[in-house]
Design a protein around this ligand. Structure first.
Ligand code: F0G
Length: 457
């Protein structure tokens, strides 16, 4: 018999109680958090879909690895294990451990960046953009046209626009610090990048002598899409597909908090020895010695094991199908979504859900607040709160899309949790026309979404 039901391919051994709150409690909590769910306590949240980063449930093997972690300052056994796992996967000789993805970004973009430099990507994730801009350089997003249209169906909506890349590579020449492919494309809806696109980007970079880097924190999920959508790839394993993609790149930045199935960690992997040496100097100054880089031995161990487990076909099937399950439920309710559904999250098109709220009043923030009030669900705005800027006259320059991300932590929530989220959306849809926008009353200069204060309009 072939079953329709996709079951979680694991049993639950240890449970973490969820505190169930009432709607009046949540109304008060949201006001006290200045309508920014980043400022809520996790105790106040029922289903936490803020991020899939660092929120994975670890396996029994990983927990056993935690006990085996070798905490030596230099030459830790756990480091040897992690280094081997990363080298085997990426084929890159030089591996620098970092405490999370953005630390690797700070090192590589701090080194390659600086005033006058330009970085080109399918879409820079917020910390990637922030690290590049902090160095004084400019970050330009070049997604394919379909990637900017939530309802445009395309199997690899995360692809980079190669003709546009060619134009900019010619225009900026050696001022281009690097070309980056984020797989899957987190800020662009968790959409995959095809191997064909990665090969075209790689070839363009080679012709112009520019480094090509992968932001590979969801490389296993990306491989699932390639195997099932890209012609000629169905007979390769997920791991082999990932290895083919790494083979095209000069380096990789990874937050192991995603497809490393770990709660903390990351790395920078490089082919070029001189570049690795320069980055190692920065690593030692800001992160730690080369064999731990800001991580405990137990973290190194958990990452080494997670990087293997994540390519398990049953796990990946469950992972992508369960994200799709939520997306299909919401689509059936008529909720406008980024489609097709991506790997780690469902992205709701808040601009289409709330056409009466102008982008200057942040429709995504309205939805984030609605989901918390009605269901205790925490999500994140990926729109003009996260990516909006101001022009010289102080007017908002909005982001390309006003999305709200429902990120699914790995191996954490069951089907009934997801059904609860879908049910909450019924109530969201029912009162959509009454919902009002928000204004920002306080904001920092960089990454304002984390700590901004809002007030209802
Ligand atoms: N690159 C991408 C594509 C990411 O999604 C993230 C983090 C990073 C880099 C930075 O990694 O958090 O370990 O420093 N994304 C998280 C998210 C925060 O919620 O999507 P980090």
């Amino acid at each position: 018999m072939r079953h329709r039901t996709i079951i979680e391919p694991f049993r639950i051994k240890s449970v973490e109680p969820i505190r169930l709150s009432t709607e009046p409690e949540r109304v008060a909590a949201l006001a006290a958090a200045h309508y920014n769910p980043f400022l809520l306590d996790s105790e106040q949240v029922i289903i936490d879909l803020l991020t899939d980063s660092g929120t994975s449930a670890m396996s029994v093997e990983q927990w056993a690895g935690v006990m085996r972690g070798d905490e030596a300052y230099a030459g830790s056994r756990s480091w040897t294990r992690m280094e081997r796992a990363v080298r085997d996967l990426t084929g890159m000789a030089h591996v620098l451990p970092t405490h999370q993805g953005r630390a690797a970004e700070r090192i590589i973009y701090g080194h390659l960046g600086g005033r006058g430099k330009v970085f080109l990507a399918n879409t820079h994730f917020d910390t990637t953009r922030a690290n590049i801009e902090f160095s004084g350089a400019t970050a330009i997003d070049l997604p394919i046209a379909e990637g900017r249209r939530p309802d445009a169906l395309h199997p690899f909506k995360g692809n980079l626009d190669v003709p546009a890349l060619e134009v900019l590579l010619r225009q900026h020449g050696t001022a281009v610090g690097a070309v980056i492919l984020t797989v899957t494309n987190n800020s662009g809806g968790g959409q995959p990048v095809s191997l064909e696109n990665a090969a075209a980007v790689s070839a363009a970079c080679r012709r112009h002598g520019i480094p090509f880097l992968l932001d590979c924190c969801r490389i296993a999920e990306n491989s699932w899409f390639i195997k099932h959508r890209e012609p000629g790839m169905q007979d390769l394993t997920y791991r082999e597909i990932a290895q083919r993609m790494f083979a095209l790149a000069d380096g990789a930045v990874m937050s192991a908090k995603k497809d490393g199935l770990a709660n903390m960690g990351g790395f920078l992997a490089l082919r070029d020895e001189a570049l690795a040496q320069a980055c190692t100097n920065l690593l030692i100054i800001t992160e730690g010695f080369t064999t731990y880089g800001g991580l405990s031995g137990r973290d190194l161990e958990a990452i080494a094991i997670g990087l293997e487990e994540v390519f398990d076909p049953h796990y990946l099937e469950y992972r992508v199908r369960s994200t799709t399950f939520l997306g299909e439920h919401l689509h059936a309710l008529g909720i406008p979504l980024m489609r097709p559904i991506g790997g780690h999250a469902v992205y709701v098109d808040a601009k289409a859900l709330y056409p009466h709220i102008p982008v200057t009043e942040y429709p995504g923030q309205s939805l984030v607040c609605e989901l918390y009030t009605l269901g205790g669900i925490r999500s994140v705005e990926i729109g003009s709160v996260m990516f909006g800027t101001y022009d010289s006259a102080g007017a908002l320059v909005p982001a390309a899309m006003e999305l709200v991300r429902l990120a699914i932590p790995r191996r954490v929530y069951t089907q009934s949790h997801i059904e609860y989220v879908a049910e909450t959306f019924e109530a969201v849809a029912a009162r959509a026309s009454e919902v009002r926008g928000y204004r920002i009353v306080r904001e920092p200069r960089f990454l304002r979404h984390f700590s901004a204060h809002f007030a209802p309009c």
